[in-house]
Design a protein around this ligand. Structure first.
Ligand code: ADP
Ligand code: MG
Length: 723
């Protein structure tokens, strides 16, 4: 194949045996160009390097065997299943291969062929392989009665892509076969690999002991040994993570250009602590120090504060707010729900009362007059601190000098919302908080341009939360338990997946159960109900009254999921718990265990799937948000874990973020070192890196001195953060 290299690469149809006919099949797999084929990785490998004869088969493991087809036939089992059976022999012994419900296999095999089978060998009444992988090595001849493999097929074995070696197994679509795919990949490698560029500079490869690109591609497809395969894999994953982290490093360099300095005067922290009835924990102080250092510097802070639910992140954010205001500027805190905004508003305005700060609440529920007044106060610099929902980022809201943007429960926000809030200031310091701990591997991938603060321990004196998972049969016991807690003076939440009963499902709903519980179960207690269908005013009233202890049991939907902080609540009952994701269950559970009383989370559910069962078990097993997060990542994978809203997760082709974390760290080291040494990737030796970044992330690294740094970045970046 001699085609001149077009800019987008050589289209796959030019490979011999593909053509316009098959090219669309490849497109379905995302393969357009020859080089896409290099990166089209096998799903798994089969070790067919050791081929045994039928007489040497040993039951119990997967093996590759070659022999002649002696007999074929389709029969029907007593159960009605159609079974195709083929018998293979080598003159001494026989093995049968069976396929269930695939009578058409009868057309594939015929007596006299020499075939290779690969699969797990079992000893039933005789040796048997069920649904083996197969290759027909020689069409043979039914009249040839020799029982030995056809001699020429042994030669074919040596040259074969399909047997006699470690064989790649690709993910495929209709009209493509493994054998065909192997042939096409082989041709692509033969014809074009020599011209493919090496992205990783020699010095990095030497330092990290990485094989070169050609070796990697050859061995990822047709590994000579498993050892080579491993080297090839490591190299490709490294390259992928390296490019990703180089983008992070560049972004971070840019973001850190210039910002505002916020100095903490002597004794500010001590004065701050006096505002609270408790002492800050060591962890809280550590995080505060990290923030203080960031805010004092002339580069903008860009920090992610991770701490489990109830770990006390709000106070830390408040210190940051204070620091901005103490320097004569404004600070904003954005939260996902109005309930949470009001709660933070109460906390912040009450705590800061002695300091005489102007704290405002901006949510869609306030009346127009108030909104207009606050809008003016923000624009004129009258208001020091504003707390609110997405109302904070509406178009007509301007700030005189917004110097700090805090986002609480960031997982509820999209990338864009974060961006817009920051854009309301010049280059404000940014603190993003999350109670869904993100495993470090994933954090480096998605928030790799941020600094991390970790709040590990919870404030002392907290009683633990005990979690039970129960079935329907325990319902009465659960009610009895709630009753006991309430009579001790405590309060309880009971959460339903829906507001109203729907005709099409059996799910219990908040409204229906509220009626039922009030009339038939807790007649002597004070019940209240809250859900997203209520008007804002009503919602707030219910929450305020519950907080004040004017009701005992709050029937709710997941509107209470984030942030709500009412220490007297000791019971959280979640109905249909199997329906929720781990992160959400953990958030819900985080609403209790906030006071000095022991708390109980009761998950009522009937898990119908393994994943649901695993989730409930994980909840009962641990209370540690980080363990839950790791588990969640494990069950759902990174894309689902992050959710589509904020995903910003770059497409990862080779690596497995969790499993290949060690490689990620190495790649990150090298990438940050690279950008440190050559911030604009001007060095010709880095040209291929530059090109790879542009191709994979659409990121153009500008080469003019002026452009890099100041000004918005030219491109959508993974994580999507721009300043
Ligand atoms: P989260 O990290 O989930 O946002 P919060 O900031 O809402 O947690 O804190 C949970 C509860 O812990 C609040 O009632 C808060 O007042 C309390 N709290 C925070 N820090 C401490 C501390 N150092 N000692 C005791 N209680 C604290
Ligand atoms: Mg919080």
């Amino acid at each position: 194949m001699q085609v001149k290299n077009p800019p987008g690469g050589i289209p796959v149809r030019y490979i011999k045996g593909v053509g316009p006919g098959k090219a669309p099949c490849f497109e379905k797999l995302g393969v357009k160009n020859v080089s896409d084929l290099f990166y089209y990785l096998p799903r798994r490998y089969e070790d067919r390097s050791r081929i045994v004869e039928v007489k040497d088969l040993e039951p119990g493991s997967a093996q590759a065997v070659v022999g002649r087809v002696l007999k074929t036939g389709v029969f029907t089992a007593r159960t009605g299943t159609r079974i195709f059976e083929m018998t293979l022999g080598d003159g001494q012994r026989r093995v049968s291969a069976v396929w269930y419900n695939q009578p058409f296999m009868n057309k594939v095999f015929s007596v006299g062929q020499t075939v290779m089978l690969y699969g797990k060998v079992e000893l039933q009444k005789r040796l048997q392989i069920t649904h083996p992988a197969y290759e027909i090595l020689d069409p043979g001849n039914a009249k040839d009665t020799s029982l030995l493999p056809h001699p020429s097929s042994l030669d074919r074995l040596k040259a074969s892509l399909d047997v006699g070696r470690i064989v790649p197994v690709y993910p495929l679509t209709a009209n493509l076969t493994q054998r065909y795919m192997r042939k096409v990949v082989r041709r692509a490698i033969r014809s074009s690999l020599a011209g493919a560029p090496e992205v990783l500079p020699t010095r990095i490869r030497a330092r990290r002991k990485l094989v070169d690109f050609r070796f990697a591609i050859e061995n990822i497809h047709f590994p000579y040994s498993f050892d080579n395969l491993e080297k090839a894999y490591k190299r490709l994953v490294f390259e992928e993570f390296f490019i990703l982290q180089a983008v992070m490093a560049l972004k971070r360099k840019k973001v850190r250009e210039k910002g505002m300095r916020h100095e903490a005067r002597e004794g500010l922290l001590a004065d701050f602590e006096k505002l609270f009835s408790f002492e800050l924990t060591g962890e809280q102080k550590k995080c505060i120090k990290e923030i203080e250092r960031d805010m004092a510097g002339d580069k903008p802070m860009y920090r992610l504060l991770q701490g489990d639910v109830g770990s006390g992140k709000t106070v830390i954010a408040m210190y940051a707010l204070l620091l901005a205001v103490a320097n004569g500027r404004q600070a904003a805190m954005m939260v996902p729900t109005e309930i949470l905004a009001r709660q933070h508003y109460v906390t912040v305005s009450e705590s800061f009362m002695p300091l005489g700060l102007n704290v405002r609440l901006l949510v869609s529920g306030i009346d127009t007059g108030d909104r207009e007044r606050i809008r003016k106060e923000l624009a004129e610099g009258e208001a020091d601190i504003v707390i609110g929902t997405h109302s904070l980022i509406q178009e007509d809201i301007d700030y005189k000098n917004l110097a700090l943007a805090v986002m609480d429960e960031q997982h509820k926000f999209g990338v864009t919302q974060r961006k817009v809030l920051r854009a309301k200031g010049g280059t404000p310091d940014t603190l993003v908080m999350t109670a869904t701990p993100i495993p470090r591997s994933l954090a480096l991938t998605v928030f790799g341009d941020m600094d991390f603060s970790l709040l590990k321990e919870k404030p002392a004196g907290r009683e633990s939360v005990t979690t039970y998972r129960v079935g329907e049969d325990k319902r009465d016991a659960v009610y009895a338990f709630m009753r006991d807690e309430v009579s001790e003076g405590r309060q309880a939440f009971i959460v339903y997946p829906r507001v109203k009963k729907s005709a099409s499902s059996d799910l219990k709903s908040a409204e229906e159960m509220y009626d039922h519980l009030r009339k038939n179960v807790f007649g002597d207690m004070r019940l209240a109900i809250v859900h997203g269908g209520l008007k804002t005013g009503e919602k707030n009233k219910v929450m305020d009254e519950f907080r004040a202890g004017k009701s005992d049991i709050l029937v709710a939907t997941t509107v209470i999921e984030v942030g709500v902080d009412i220490p007297n609540v000791t019971v959280m009952v979640v109905e249909h718990a199997e329906r929720y994701g781990l992160a959400q269950l953990h958030q819900l559970r985080g609403r209790i265990g906030r006071g000095k009383h022991a708390s109980y989370c009761i998950l009522i559910g009937e898990p119908g799937t393994d994943a649901a069962h695993e989730r409930l078990c994980a909840m009962a097993e641990t209370d540690d948000g980080f363990k839950i997060a790791e588990k969640d990542l494990d069950i759902r994978g990174p894309g689902q874990f992050l959710g589509t809203r904020q995903s910003g997760l770059p497409e990862i082709r080779f690596g497995n973020i969790a499993r290949d974390f060690a490689i990620m760290e190495e790649a990150r080291d090298e990438a940050f070192r690279l950008v440190e040494e050559d911030p604009q990737l001007k060095d010709p030796r880095n040209a291929a890196i530059r090109k790879a970044i542009a191709e994979r992330f659409g990121v153009v690294v500008r080469s003019s001195e002026k452009n890099v740094g100041a000004g918005p970045c030219a491109c959508p970046l993974p994580g999507g953060e721009q300043r």
